[in-house]
Design a protein around this ligand. Structure first.
Ligand SMILES: [Fe+2]
Length: 250
C-alpha cells in the first residue's frame, strides 16, 4: 500500500490512490497491472526474492485521454499512457518493468517512443540488439520534468530508483504490440541495475559492450498530452522514425 497523493500536471490533476490506482476527473483509460509473479523470469536474484506473487509492481493506464480528445490521438495512430510504479525492491534490484522491444516499421527502423516523468526518479536501461548481439547499452537517469525519446531499435526497461512511486507518461504508436519474449528468454536486460546504482552484467548474454551513460534527450513544452494537442503533427516520427532526424540521439 502506498499513501495517496496527487500529481499536478498542466493537462490534468492525477490522483494516485492506495495500491497505485490512478484516477483523474474527466479521463478514461484501459487499466493493466504487472505483479511480482509476472516479473519472476527477468529478476537477477536466484533464488528469487520472497514477495507474494500478487504484489503489485506497476499499473499501466493505456489510452489515457479525455473522451472528447480520444479521436485526435486515434487519428494519428498514437496512444497516450500513464504508468505508476511502486517504490519497492525486488531483492537486490529496485522495482523495474518487464522490458520489451518494439517491432520494425515499414521504414525498416523500429517504432520509437517518448516518455515524460511526472513524479519521481527513473533510470531507463536501453539496449540495441542486432543479429542476436547486443551492440549498445545506455543508461539514462531522469527525474520529474525530464523527457526521453527511446530511439528506434532499442529495447527498454524502466527502473524506479526513487523513494516514492514513479509516475510517467508516454506517447507511442498504436500500430504495434510490444515484444516481451527477448527479455523473458534472456532473464532480463543485458545489465541489471542494483539498489546501490551498480550495473551488473547478465551472464546469459555473453559478451556485451560496457554500459554508457546519457542525459535525457528530449524537452516537453508543458507535458506530452498538452504538447500533442498543440501540435499533433510534431509527433509524426512515432510512426515514421526516419522523420526523427537528429532527435532521439543518445
Ligand atoms: Fe515501449
Amino acid at each position: 500500500m502506498t499513501k495517496p497523493f496527487k500529481v499536478e500536471s498542466p493537462f490534468a490533476t492525477l490522483t494516485i490512490g492506495n495500491d497505485l490506482r490512478l484516477s483523474s476527473e474527466g479521463f478514461n483509460a484501459v487499466e493493466g497491472v504487472r505483479t511480482f509473479g509476472d516479473l519472476r523470469a527477468v529478476l537477477r536474484d536466484r533464488p528469487e526474492p520472497r514477495l507474494p506473487r500478487d504484489t503489485v509492481l506497476y499499473r499501466m493506464y493505456r489510452l489515457f485521454t479525455r473522451p472528447s480528445e480520444a479521436r485526435l490521438f486515434k487519428a494519428r495512430d498514437l496512444r497516450h499512457d500513464i504508468t505508476i510504479m511502486a517504490p519497492l525492491c525486488l531483492g537486490s534490484e529496485p522495482n523495474k518493468t518487464l522490458g520489451h522491444y518494439h517491432p520494425l516499421t515499414p521504414e525498416g527502423l523500429s517504432y520509437p517512443e517518448v516518455y515524460n516523468i511526472l513524479h519521481g526518479r527513473a533510470r531507463y536501461l536501453l539496449q540495441k540488439e542486432e543479429a542476436g548481439e547486443i551492440t549498445d547499452f545506455i543508461s539514462v537517469e531522469a527525474r520529474e520534468g525530464d523527457a526521453l525519446i527511446i530511439p528506434p531499435n532499442y529495447g527498454h526497461v524502466t527502473v524506479n530508483v526513487g523513494e516514492e512511486p514513479l509516475v510517467m507518461a508516454n506517447l507511442v504508436s498504436d500500430r504495434f504490440m510490444s515484444a516481451y519474449e527477448g527479455y523473458v528468454r534472456m532473464g532480463g536486460a543485458a545489465y541489471y541495475l542494483l539498489k546501490d546504482g551498480e550495473l551488473v552484467a547478465n551472464g546469459r548474454y555473453g559478451t556485451v559492450p560496457k554500459p554508457r551513460h546519457a542525459l535525457p534527450n528530449f524537452k516537453v513544452s508543458k507535458d506530452l498530452y498538452s504538447d500533442f494537442l498543440s501540435c499533433p503533427g510534431c509527433f509524426a516520427y512515432l510512426n515514421h522514425p526516419l522523420r526523427l532526424g537528429g532527435l532521439g540521439k543518445l
